[in-house]
Structures are given as structure tokens and as C-alpha cells.
Write a protein that binds this ligand. Sequence first.
Ligand code: CIR
Length: 271
Amino acid sequence: MPIPGQSFRFTHAILRAPAGSIVDGLRAIDTGSPDAALFRAQHAAYRDALEAAGLATTVLAPLEEFPDSVFVEDAALCLPEGAVVLRPGAPTRLGEAVMIEPALLEAFEKVRHLPALGDHGHGRIEGGDVLVTDREILVGRSARTNGAGIEALREVVRDWGYRVRELATPPEILHFKTDCGLLDGETILTTRRLAAGGHLGDYRLIHVPDGEEAAANAVRINDVVLLPAGFPRTADLLRTAGYAVVALPNSEAAKVDGGMSCLSLRFRRIA
Ligand code: CIR
């Protein structure tokens, strides 16, 4: 069940080391392939930041056959009650769900699955479309996440006490969380284009300044907010609002549409 103030409190994180095949990662617009060595260095800095924020981290071995597998967030949803193995909507990424399962079984007593075929058809969800707040689980329907997947997730987490609310991801945006991130249980950092739908209106919203849309995929972890480096106006805005910001280099993940949230599965173990 959502517990007030706990949706951004974590004890552990699972990451996967970037494979050399990250140069073949999916991207909406080709601005050049990531440099694998620099990606590894930025990934190591990201892991250090998670540990500095208080998390125990597990880094899984790279998977050459899955170029995008460094973006572990898309294959599972981790809640304090247990983990859900998702079904990524990108055909080249579906197999990542199978590959993440052993790590989830190590970390969680309860591991559930999004059914392949539910009452509403073939369900697909990528974790990048899922935002867990203090009140509910918001899921943005997108090119990767369909209505059947959202219905299936609703059933899977119902008896854990979660409400799942479906929202829309604007078509030009990869994932719902490409354009938003939780800052605290009641506050969401968002782009104006995502907020334009109006459905986030009952949260306190902080809008990223125009031109800094790529900063919206921030992630609050315990007492800090991880933000991609290079967005000084967003960093200032957040610091002025009272958040402790840690800016991390993200140039290589950004070339394949990755940001702060997608590089880890964060969770809180209930003692
Ligand atoms: C993809 O297109 O699936 C990857 N290249 C990027 C995934 C980023 N994931 C995320 O934001 N949750």
C-alpha cells in the first residue's frame, strides 16, 4: 500500500552494466551512437550517486544480445510488497523481462508477472511509463505501453492496495517519465507539454523551464534529486524550492533516449 512520504524512500537498487552493443540502442532521432567507454564511466558515477544517497546497489552483468538492457527500469516494477516482471512494448526489449527475473527473485519474496494475455488482450508495459507516488500508480499509455497492459497491472497490484490510474503520454514523447519525475510524494517535476493534459493537476507541479525539457526525467532518492547535468535553470529552480540536487553527466544515455530513472530499479525492503 502507498505510505505517505515513502514513495521516494529506497534501500536498494538493481542496475545492469552497459553492454558494448549499447551503440545499437533504440533512439527516436539519431544524433550519433553512444561511446561505450564513456557510457560505462557515466554509469559508474550514477551508481556512486545511488550509493551516496544511501542505497545498496547490485550491478548485473551486461547483456550483449540486448542493446538497451542497461535501462533496467523498463523491465520491472518494484514496490515494497514485491516486484512485477513487466512486458516491454519494444519487440527487441521483451526478452529483457526474462533476464531481469533472477535478480528480482534474489531481492524479493514475492515476484509477480504481468500476464502475457489478459482479459483485455496482449498487455505491454515499460517501467518508463510508470510513476509511483504516495497516493497511486500513474501509468502513461504510450507507443510502448497499451491499455491491456495497464488493466493487467491494475489486477496484479490490486491486493497490495495500489490504485492504478491511466494517463496519456503525448505521442512525441517516448515514455511518460521521459517528461516527468517525482520530487516528493505530492510534487512532480514536469514539462509543460506533459502537464497540458491536465491530469496531473491534483499534484503540486514544478515546470521545467522551456528549452530544458530533457531535465524532467529527474529522480528523487531519499534526500536528493538526481538530475542530468547541463540544465542549470532546472537545477536552480529545484534548489530554490528546497531540494538537494545532484547533477550527473548523462550525455551517452541521452543519445539513446535514456535518463536518470531508467538506469536503475529502486526499491525499499520492508524489514
Ligand atoms: C529505448 O528506446 O527503449 C531505450 N533506448 C531508452 C529507454 C529509456 N527508458 C526509460 O526512460 N525508462
